[in-house]
Structures are given as C-alpha cells and as structure tokens.
Design a protein around this ligand. Structure first.
Ligand SMILES: N[C@@H](CCC[C@H](N)C(=O)O)C(=O)O
Length: 290
C-alpha cells in the first residue's frame, strides 16, 4: 500500500486532486489517477495535477531542470496538454507548498508549452495562455456537433488552445439548459486525439469602467472528464469564437459564465489571458490500492 499526501482544490468548481511531488517520486499511473478522481471510492476530482520539477519528466526535457511543471491528468487517466483552471490551482499549491511568490509572474511548463501565472491584487490569478489558433475562419465553421437535447447537428468552430476545443453557438439559454451532456457530443470530423466541446450563448456587450466587455454563458463536455462545472481553456476558446463571430466591434474582454462561477478572458492578437479564482479546500493523506 502506498500512502500519499494530497491537496484538494478547485477553480470555479473545476476540481482537482493535487500532488506536490518536486522530485517526481510518485509513480502516477492511469489507474491511480482514475482512483483518486473517483467521487465515491476515491477523493473525487475532474483531474489530477502533479507539481513536479521539469528535470525529472520526459515532457519537461526542453525546460531548465528546476522549472515547475504542471503534470495534468484527466479523471479517466489520460493526460492533456493544458488546463486553464488547473493552472490557477497549481499556482495556489506552489504558493502554499513551495513558498513561491506569484505577484511578479512565474513561468511553468505544461505539455502544451510554457505558461505564466501571476497573482492579481484582488487575490485571483491570471494565466498567460500562450498562442491560440482558430480553425477555418474563412468559412466561420469547420465541424458539426450533435448532442443529446439538440434537435439538429450544429456548426462548430475548432479552437486550439494547446489542447483541442470545438465551440458551438446556441440561440438562447433555454437551449443551453436543455442539453444532456452525460453523453459525449459527437464531433465530425473528430480530431485524432478527441476534443473538448463547449456550447455557448452570447448574452451581450456592455461598457464597464471605460472597458468594452462581452458576456457569454457556456457549458462544456471535457475530453477525459465528462461534463465539468468550468473549463478555463474552454472559456478562452468560447471568448475567441464569440469575438470572431461578432465581427469588427467585438470586445477584447469577455466575462464567461460557467456553472461554477465566472472567469474573464482578455484577448490580444494571438494570445489570451485567463483570470479567475483558485481555492485550496483540503489537505490529507490517501492510501493508493496496489
Ligand atoms: N478543465 C481544463 C481542461 C482539462 C483538459 C481537458 N479535459 C483536455 O483533455 O484537454 C481547463 O480548465 O482548461
């Protein structure tokens, strides 16, 4: 039996089991991840995040060995390139367990490339999300999505946030509420490694303290985790798609309502910054079977 210390945390209720493992001593396997994320038999979470030094991971080979690396796993035991909400919670873990000061920004590694986290004056965190890429912007859409609760297949735009996304615009919040995301939406064509699928309804634009802001509500079905109460990379994908579809006068700042709260996405030419909270809720010890 292996016994491990863990931290439980969430970002807008996208929740994670966090393992502080600078020297890479934990033998993390898909079965162990699935066990930790099990909400009845384990701790429960949408994913596992291990804080490890880049030098002890093959995926961190391009980084200076003492760079922190966010080793992200979905609840089904698969890994992903990036997790936006998880990155904020990872930052809060580094503050608590490694004594890192994030007020001036800290760059860390992910499978999707380096990202930077900064603690904001109001206690939230900002993540520099790296370079994004929209799919077929000439056509406006490059896929179709079918989901339970939708009468017809809907057009979707793919957005690469380091990890894959497809965004579907719905007409009103009634359509969003009627979705049944207990089954994975069918994406056509589906990328080889799957996709995260966001459904979004534009709520309007407003000027707040001299800033032109958009507001949008979304739900998400995450690759490897099912429906979650928030997705940071998904919120960025939604803001980018909405901004693109809205045309010339579209805001660069978007408040994205998710079932678990609100995050803010700031768009510049080819990159985004994701702002939101991170909460560490518990520390404990867990026995891993086997
Ligand atoms: N919830 C995350 C995304 C987690 C990874 C995703 N399920 C994938 O497989 O790409 C976020 O906040 O970005």
């Amino acid at each position: 039996m292996t016994t491990l210390p863990f931290t439980k945390g969430h970002g807008t209720e996208n929740d994670f089991v966090l393992l502080y493992d600078p020297a890479g001593e934990i033998d993390l396997t898909p079965d162990r991840v699935a066990y930790l994320c099990d909400r009845r038999a384990g701790i429960g979470g949408d994913g596992v995040i291990r804080a490890v030094r880049a030098g002890v991971l093959e995926a961190g080979a391009d980084l200076a060995p003492d760079t922190w690396f966010m080793d992200y796993w979905n609840s089904d035991g698969t890994t992903s390139e990036m997790c936006g909400n998880g990155a904020r919670v990872f930052g809060a873990l580094l503050e608590r367990h490694a004594g890192e000061d994030l007020t001036g920004g800290l760059t860390f590694g992910t499978r999707g490339g380096p990202r930077t986290i900064t603690r904001l004056d109001d206690g939230r965190y900002a993540i520099g999300m790296g370079v994004h890429r929209l799919g077929d912007t000439a056509a406006g859409f490059d896929a179709e999505v079918e989901a339970r609760g939708l009468d017809l297949a809907r057009p979707a735009l793919s957005v690469d946030m380091g990890n894959p996304h497809h965004v579907v615009a719905l007409a009103h919040t009634g359509e969003l509420d009627a979705l049944d995301l207990t089954a994975a939406p069918a994406v056509s064509p589906m990328p080889p490694h799957g996709s995260n699928v966001e459904f979004a309804v534009a709520l309007g634009f407003e000027d707040v303290a001299g800033e032109h802001r958009g507001r949008v509500r979304m739900r998400v079905h995450e690759r490897g985790s099912g429906e979650t109460r928030s997705c940071g990379t998904g919120a960025c994908a939604v803001a980018l798609a909405m901004r693109f579809w809205a045309g010339l006068d579209a805001p660069d700042v978007w408040d994205v309502e998710v079932p678990g709260g609100v995050v803010t996405v700031r768009v510049s030419r080819d990159s985004t910054v994701l702002e939101g909270p991170a909460v560490l809720v518990a520390e404990g010890m867990v026995d891993l079977p086997g």
